[in-house]
Write a protein that binds this ligand. Structure first.
Ligand SMILES: CC(C)(COP(=O)(O)OP(=O)(O)OC[C@H]1O[C@@H](n2cnc3c(N)ncnc32)[C@H](O)[C@@H]1OP(=O)(O)O)[C@@H](O)C(=O)NCCC(=O)NCCS
Length: 274
């Protein structure tokens, strides 16, 4: 336990995290908490009886970290709990680490005074896709593709995310585009709160990115797609597939520009993860 009821959370706190999330009207399944805690580090503030607030940090080596799931119980808000959690999260990463997050309006007011600045925004498409059948340039990902997928993801992100990608690959359907014996693009689809999440998707070529999204979406019910800020090819794919825009989330960043070859990044693994 650190000062002020601050402590690191673990798997035993999952029911409390679920309850706290519901109090701020978020409701990721408890399973989602389990695997988020397997990839990231969570901090919480106890108020004597229960969790007053919590947040998660996904650190990808020393280059990049995502701040996620920042939440404070409504009756405890505007009393500095969020700032305590933010400072703890910032202290948990290396001095040179770029920290990024996808913000709500309430969150923006917390982050900006701590040096977070705008870095584009992510468009979420969500709905029933209308995907025409087309010649397939993708194939199913195989276990032996994982190292190349992780390497392409690391190049795209400028940061190693092997733990995240491995954890997604274990639960998801994966497809790849292979060109000249190299993995030129990949994508995953994973069930999430009644929808099928399409992402992460990474590819150098626009047509490959669209083919990956189409393959993952074909035959699916409701799909959810959070685009990398600035991504246009999948934006027009989603519009053609008749998917409505559900929400636009600003990305805030602190400590420098986003690392990596961002043009390769097409769809997020989810707003918490980047
Ligand atoms: C965003 C959130 C975590 C902030 O937590 P909090 O404990 O209220 O934040 P703090 O009390 O530490 O506020 C720190 C500073 O942020 C600013 N701030 C925070 N909430 C604010 C609000 N609603 N209106 C104006 N300023 C606000 C203020 O500068 C505040 O300092 P002050 O109270 O001395 O003026 C909380 O509002 C919350 O859980 N919201 C719902 C979930 C959510 O949207 N999370 C953010 C995801 S990105």
């Amino acid at each position: 336990m650190e000062a002020g009821g601050l402590r690191r959370l673990d798997a035993e706190d999952i029911p409390a995290l679920g309850e706290l999330a519901a109090a701020v009207t978020w409701n990721p399944a408890l399973d989602a908490w389990r695997w988020m805690l397997g990839v990231g580090v969570a901090y919480g503030v106890d108020d004597g009886e229960r969790l007053a607030g919590a947040t998660l940090v996904f650190a990808y080596g020393e280059a990049l970290a995502m701040l996620a799931m920042m939440m404070v119980r409504p009756e405890r808000q505007r009393a500095g709990v969020g700032k305590v959690l933010l400072d703890r999260a910032l202290a948990s990463v290396h001095d040179q680490t770029v920290m990024a997050l996808y913000a709500t309006q309430a969150g923006e007011r917390l982050y900006r005074p701590s040096g977070f600045v705008d870095a584009g925004s992510s468009v979420r498409f969500e709905g029933l896709p209308d995907v025409a059948s087309a010649p397939r340039v993708t194939r199913e990902a195989r276990v032996e593709d994982l190292a190349a997928i992780v390497a392409l993801d690391a190049r795209a992100q400028g940061a190693p995310r092997a733990l995240l990608i491995g954890s997604i690959a274990a639960r998801a359907r994966g497809v790849v585009v292979e060109r000249g014996g190299e993995i030129a693009g990949f994508g995953f689809s994973v069930p999430e709160d009644g929808a099928l999440r399409l992402g992460p998707i990474a590819a150098a070529r626009d047509d490959d990115a669209a083919a990956i999204a189409a393959d993952l979406a074909r035959g699916a019910g409701v799909v959810r797609l959070d685009l990398e800020p600035g991504e246009e090819a999948l934006r027009s794919w989603a519009a053609h597939a008749g998917l409505p825009v559900a929400v636009v989330s600003p990305r805030l960043v602190r400590g420098g520009a986003m690392p990596g070859e961002r043009r390769l990044v097409r769809a997020l693994a989810g707003r918490p993860f980047g």
